[in-house]
Write a protein that binds this ligand. Structure first.
Ligand code: HPA
Length: 267
């Protein structure tokens, strides 16, 4: 753990109180309002030296630490993407800080395109596994043998089954599938989508994979949920754009919040 992460954790405890955090939650495009449900202070990333700028519209860059459904959480309202500055390890410091605050679990959310007709816009998908189609890795340059992180059960089976049960109990359809990471920021071509569909992907997006690799490196247990904001390129009739992503994310976000709230205490 870097000294910087320990120092930032001290600063955050001074603002939000000393109780350890149990779980971190990274919010994707258009999902920022979930942070408003947390009973605790919001700390702008600007006040946390070394935190990324997270400059994508639709993301409110702040960390909220407090209680949600009886669980002490740290909610990252905004993430840094690889495509912003070319750094696949852009979320390393925030995740180190999460660890330093005591958390041992992380839930990652994102907006994604669907590759399956039966998983239309507005659906949510629990990620079972990923394909790193970018070829990038946030651990390149890491000097220790800890860099050889096993990724066999990266998406924690117990956390996944808690999410699936919570969805069933809440009457929410929760698909399950494989997420493929393209770097962005341009959207994919139809040929690129056909390629990853052949390879076994169910959803596609521009985030999450580097964070999951970093989280496993740091010893965090991980689950991840996509909100489907569009059919991927060539598979639907809607025009694909960031504005469309932001406009559609709230449909899935309502379901996501319901599942998360029901699952939190079980995770
Ligand atoms: N591709 C990549 N990222 C995305 C998409 C998509 O179709 N939709 C939302 N984020």
């Amino acid at each position: 753990m870097s000294r910087n992460a320990e120092a930032l954790a001290d600063e955050i405890r001074a603002i939000a109180g000393p109780a350890p955090v149990a779980l971190g939650l990274i919010l994707g495009s258009g999902l920022g309002h979930i942070a408003d449900a947390v009973d605790g202070p919001a700390i702008p990333y600007d006040a946390l030296p070394g935190f990324p700028h997270a400059g994508v519209s639709g993301h409110a860059p702040r960390l909220v630490v407090g209680m949600l459904e009886g669980v002490r959480v740290a909610v990252f309202g905004g993430r840094a993407h690889y495509y912003e500055a070319g750094n696949p390890a852009a979320m390393r410091l925030p995740l180190e800080v999460l660890r330093a605050l005591g958390a041992d679990k992380l839930i990652v959310t994102n907006a994604a395109g669907s590759l399956r007709a039966e998983m239309p816009t507005g659906s949510i998908m629990c990620i079972t596994d990923h394909i790193n189609f970018s070829g990038l890795n946030p651990l390149i340059g890491e000097q220790t043998d800890a860099r050889f992180v096993p990724m066999t059960a990266a998406y924690d089976p117990d956390m996944r089954s808690a999410l699936v049960s919570a969805a069933r109990d809440g009457g929410v359809d929760l698909a399950e599938g494989v997420y493929a990471w393209y770097s962005g920021p341009s959207f994919e071509t139809p040929a690129e989508i056909r390629a990853i569909r052949t390879l076994g992907a169910d959803a596609v997006g521009m985030s999450t994979v580097p964070e999951v690799i970093l989280a496993r490196f740091l010893g965090l247990r991980v689950a991840a949920i996509s909100t489907i904001t569009n059919m991927a390129a060539g598979l639907g009739t809607e025009a694909i754009s960031h504005a469309h992503t932001k406009a559609m994310a709230p449909i899935g976000a309502t379901k996501l919040e319901k599942v998360l709230r029901r699952a939190l205490a079980q995770l």
